[in-house]
Design a protein around this ligand. Structure first.
Ligand SMILES: [Zn+2]
Length: 120
């Protein structure tokens, strides 16, 4: 079942806050060296479905591998609320860390496992 709804999210300290129109039926857990360490659960939206409410000046960026994904994390508390990158067909995408949504209980979400360790 797919259903897009508007969710609010934030980093841990609250310096960064955002809203995203997100379908929680396609959330991915990836086993790559980065996602695994951070425990990311990622839902993907186009940039027009994502609104940064506050905290642009608190966000830092982490790049690795081919530098195609800009992992954005709060400089105060270290939490990564989202990243920005491209879909396989070249469109701009925002990868929302579903664990940072205020109104979603992560254990209620069925995730799709992605073998990023071997496929990225
Ligand atoms: Zn923070």
């Amino acid at each position: 079942m797919s259903e897009t709804a508007t969710h609010k999210g934030s980093c841990h300290c609250g310096a960064v806050a955002f809203e995203a129109d997100l379908d929680l039926s396609g959330v991915i857990e990836c086993n790559c060296t980065h996602c695994y360490r951070k425990g990311l659960m990622l839902g993907f939206v186009s940039p027009d479905a994502f609104r940064l409410i506050r905290g642009e000046d608190r966000l830092s960026e982490y790049l690795f591998n081919r530098h195609v994904i800009s992992h954005r994390f709060c400089r105060v508390c270290g939490v990564e609320p989202f990243g920005a990158g491209k879909s396989p067909d070249g469109r701009d995408m925002i990868a929302v860390n579903v664990r940072t949504l205020d109104d979603v209980e992560p254990w209620t979400i069925e995730t799709i496992r992605f073998d990023g360790l071997n496929k990225l």
